[in-house]
Structures are given as structure tokens and as C-alpha cells.
Design a protein around this ligand. Sequence first.
Ligand SMILES: NC(=O)c1ccc[n+]([C@@H]2O[C@H](COP(=O)([O-])OP(=O)(O)OC[C@H]3O[C@@H](n4cnc5c(N)ncnc54)[C@H](O)[C@@H]3O)[C@@H](O)[C@H]2O)c1
Length: 314
Amino acid sequence: MSHNIIVTGGAGFIGSHLVCALLSAGHRVVVLDDLSTGKLTNLPVHPNCHFIEVDIVDELALARIFESERPSLVYHEAAIASVQKSIHDPVRTSSVNDYGAKHIFELAVHVGSEQVIFASSAAVYGEDERLPKLETFEPTPLSPYGVQKWQNEIDAVRLAKKGRTRFTALRYFNVYGPKQDPQSEYSGVISIFVDRILQNKPITIFGNGEQTRDFVNIADVVQANMVVQELPSNVDIFNVGTAKKTSLIDLAKHLYSIENRIENIVFQPKREGDIRHSVADIGLLMSKTVYFPNVHILQGLQTLVSAVKSQRNR
Ligand SMILES: NC(=O)c1ccc[n+]([C@@H]2O[C@H](COP(=O)([O-])OP(=O)(O)OC[C@H]3O[C@@H](n4cnc5c(N)ncnc54)[C@H](O)[C@@H]3O)[C@@H](O)[C@H]2O)c1
């Protein structure tokens, strides 16, 4: 079935990959983005892809868009996607990540959208040291960013009781892949490492490098977003990862060996709000959908390095 879909944050890293997959599946897509970190060039030129520049904090503009589009499905990816920024500017990040999401969710309920699928984060788990992370753990976020994402889930649970709109929260772990902007101060560690290594510059690791993350390829994140469409429950919260952990040191070593270069790593003190270990339990998502993480980290890193190099040569 073809949907009219709103994708907030659709010009960003994850959102733009998702937009391409939705267009390929035959849907009409309306992208809402303020281009603060997203880029128009991330979006394909396609007759079913429409772009509206808007700040999700602008309630009136959003209301007009939702009233005229009346989307059956809403993907909410827009956010200031940075733990560090949320610590240094909690007011602006809260207005976008918390209130912006509230506006989107309320409007989806108001116009009778069937489902809202939104980007939550592994940051909700915070200081709970148990591994792997299970959706049933009580969130204990360490940063305002983690609190804001948790608040989105609380709002989803509340609103799912109110109308016919179903809510699906996807707690992404560490997402990587092409189009992640290494110049952005909010970017993921992999795109920054790749950028530095290709420029023959040292990479910086905060802490001793033994901290681990569940790095999930963008293709698997898009897959998760597609397979949760039309789940029957009123509200679901799922981890999206690979269930495998990689330390930052090993990650750096893999990248240096792919590029056949000598390691050049600078260590800096651990940063506030950074968690030590993180790996997802993905049993719930796999039991309720056909999700299966297909991209092994080594394969994903190789593909990414090739994509970045060919982009630079163009
Ligand atoms: N990348 C990851 O590893 C990761 C992990 C967990 C969760 N997430 C979440 O996934 C989502 C997408 O993240 P991303 O990595 O693609 O980041 P991104 O910065 O590339 O994408 C965010 C998009 O939202 C837009 N945006 C920001 N503020 C806005 C506003 N006020 N109004 C309208 N648009 C706005 C940006 O311009 C950008 O296009 C975010 O919600 C993020 O919190 C990402």
C-alpha cells in the first residue's frame, strides 16, 4: 500500500537514507527540515519527494503542513543529535528534541495519522551497567539528550492511549554509513575517524579506547524503519543495533588496516555524559518483525571508506 509520508529531519544522515528507501517502495514523501545539519543535496530529485524548510519548533507552520498533507505515516528523525550539544545548550536542544517532538506527535494524532515511527536512542540507558541493553531496563540517562529521547517515549505511550495513532520508538545504537557529515561537531565517531585517517591526521579517542559500542550500519537502520510499518500494537519500543560490541581501539585498528596506514591515535580525557559500554539486545525487534542485521562491521567499514574516497575524487 502506498502512503503519504512526512519525514522530519529527512535531509539529515539517517533521514535521507530513509527517504530514498520510502521512495523506492512507491510512497509519496514530504521532508520537513530546517537544514541546520541536513543538506538539500542529501535528497534525491524525484517526482514523489517534496521538501519544506521548517523548524519543528514552529507550531503554526507545522499545523498548516499537517492539515494540508494529512500524512498516513510520520517518521520523526529531526533532532539536535548530540549529547555534547545537549549538555552545553540544554534549552535549545530541549525545545527541538522534546517540544518539537511533542508538536509532531500531537499533530499526527490530530490529523489521524495511522503510525508515528520515531528516532529514540541508546542514550536513554545511560549509567545502567547491565549488558546487553534490554528495552525493559528502567532508563537512567546521563545527558539532557538521553532525557529528551526518553521524554519522547513517555509522550508516545501517553498519546497512544488517546487516539488511533500507533507509536513506534526505535532506540538506535551507534549508526554509521555514507552521508554522515564528518565536519559536523555532532557527527558519529566512525565518520570522524575515516575523515581524519584519509587526511593523514591523528585521530582522537576520549578515554582509554576500551569503551565499546554497538555500531549499526545505516542499511540495517533503514531496514528496521521499514519492517516496523503497520505493526498492530498501539505502542512499541525497540532497540536497533547488531547485538555485537566493538571497542573504539579495535574500530580505529580496523580502519588503519583497511587503509594500510600506521596507527596515529591521540588520547584525551573521558567526556562528560559518555557511557562506557553499550550493546543492544535485539531479540524483541527480531521476534516481532523480520529484522535481521545484515552488515558486519568490517564489511560496513570497507564500504564506507570506499564511498568516502570515491565522493572525494569526484
Ligand atoms: N546517528 C546516530 O548514531 C544516532 C543514534 C541514536 C539516535 N539518533 C537519532 O536519529 C535521528 C537522526 O540523526 P542523524 O544522525 O541523521 O542526525 P542529522 O543531524 O544528520 O539529522 C537530523 C536532521 O534534523 C534536522 N533538524 C535539526 N533540528 C531541526 C529543527 N529544529 N527543525 C527541523 N529540522 C531539524 C537537521 O537539519 C538534520 O537534517 C535524530 O533524532 C538522532 O537523535 C541518531
